[in-house]
Design a protein around this ligand. Structure first.
Ligand SMILES: CC(=O)CC(=O)SCCNC(=O)CCNC(=O)[C@H](O)C(C)(C)COP(=O)(O)OP(=O)(O)OC[C@H]1O[C@@H](n2cnc3c(N)ncnc32)[C@H](O)[C@@H]1OP(=O)(O)O
Ligand SMILES: NC(=O)C1=CN([C@@H]2O[C@H](COP(=O)(O)OP(=O)(O)OC[C@H]3O[C@@H](n4cnc5c(N)ncnc54)[C@H](OP(=O)(O)O)[C@@H]3O)[C@@H](O)[C@H]2O)C=CC1
Length: 284
């Protein structure tokens, strides 16, 4: 199937990035969120990102306006009726995602692919909330979406080969590389990345070193572009905790136990960069 129209649900840091890369690749995109404030924040982030490309001389001001004009912000989920693919990027919570997928299943035409950008939750379980599990797939973009080349594509138990091919081809049209993985908690990316971040948080919790020192060790010693605590703040500490909980529960293995300091920060509302405070303090 050739994708022509795209809907992205959730206009947070990932949803906005996903809408941006599709608009830049020439697709018409509906960007949905629950309220106008979230949509305005998402659209402002997109404008800021695309205008950086104008400053760097890669796009003209007219091209920038054309990219932004291809994105229609909307609070009406009924727009699902016009989409060939819907990419969900709402909060990393199974109850919220299954409720949304059940609703999308009612609103979208039978041919529409329902994709989830989940970081860790089982695609098979999300698919079971619909009557079209064969058309449900994981399409896991990396943050920041406009920069990172990978899309991890996750096959649920029932995902059709055609659906996998269509989504892999779509990733190619976005200039990204698709990597196929099977449906296990955390897939590959977060099964490997998140325990490293959780362990870095333990080193701070146990007083082994300050956040700055931990980050410096990993940047200078391992050539990571960001230290793990800066990266955790960048991802969002709520999302990091959700992912660790999914790994812990999914494998039943205590090696995935979320660090108590991570829980404490999330309870305090210190969610990282998006909240202005996490392991570091950010100016708005
Ligand atoms: C949790 C999950 O489920 C999965 C995940 O996503 S895990 C997170 C995966 N992501 C990472 O690991 C990111 C690690 N960090 C990095 O790769 C780099 O620090 C970075 C790309 C974010 C920034 O790179 P940098 O060299 O330090 O900064 P900088 O020179 O300012 O930026 C490099 C480019 O990225 C762009 N960029 C930086 N931050 C950006 C953002 N938030 N949004 C969009 N573009 C951004 C810049 O405009 C610049 O673009 P050009 O090369 O086209 O000029
Ligand atoms: N952060 C990251 O680095 C990565 C995250 N992901 C995954 O992407 C998803 C989104 O993460 P991220 O963008 O960071 O999160 P954010 O918190 O930045 O954004 C989530 C957005 O979804 C909105 N939302 C919540 N529930 C609904 C709903 N039922 N319908 C429509 N919109 C809704 C939120 O609105 P409000 O604020 O009003 O609640 C918010 O605007 C998660 O599944 C996450 O695991 C994947 C790769 C990387």
């Amino acid at each position: 199937m050739k994708i022509k129209s795209v809907m992205v649900v959730g206009a947070g840091q990932m949803g906005a990035g996903i809408a941006q890369v599709h608009a830049q690749a020439g697709f018409d995109v509906v960007l949905h969120d629950l309220d106008d404030d979230s949509l305005n924040r998402g659209m402002a982030g997109i404008r800021k990102n695309v205008s950086r490309q104008v400053e760097k001389g890669r796009l003209t001001a007219e091209e920038m306006e054309a990219v932004i004009a291809r994105i229609t912000p909307s609070t009406a989920l009924e727009q699902a009726a016009g989409a060939d693919i819907i990419i969900e990027a709402i909060v990393e919570n199974m109850t919220s995602k299954t409720a949304l997928f059940a609703e999308l299943d009612h609103l979208a035409p039978p041919h529409t692919i329902l994709a989830s950008n989940t970081s860790s939750l089982p695609i098979t379980e999300i698919a079971a909330a619909t009557k079209r599990p064969e058309k449900v797939v994981g399409m896991h973009f990396m943050n920041p979406v406009p920069v990172m080349k990978l899309v991890e594509i996750i096959r649920g138990l029932a995902t059709d080969d055609d659906v996998y091919e269509t989504v892999a081809e779509l990733a190619g049209r976005l200039q990204k590389t698709a990597v196929e993985v099977n449906d296990f908690p955390g897939f590959v990316s977060n099964r490997v990345l998140m325990p490293m971040i959780n362990e870095a948080i333990y080193t701070v919790y146990e007083g082994v070193a300050s956040p700055e020192a931990v980050d410096e060790v990993m940047k200078l010693g391992m050539n990571h572009p960001m230290g793990p605590l800066t990266l955790a703040d960048f991802i969002g500490l709520d999302t990091c905790l959700f992912i660790m909980e999914t790994l812990h529960e999914g494998f039943g293995d205590d090696k995935y136990r979320p660090c108590p300091l991570l829980r404490k920060y999330v309870k305090a509302g210190w969610l990282g960069k998006k909240a202005g405070r996490g392991f570091y303090i950010y100016e708005s």
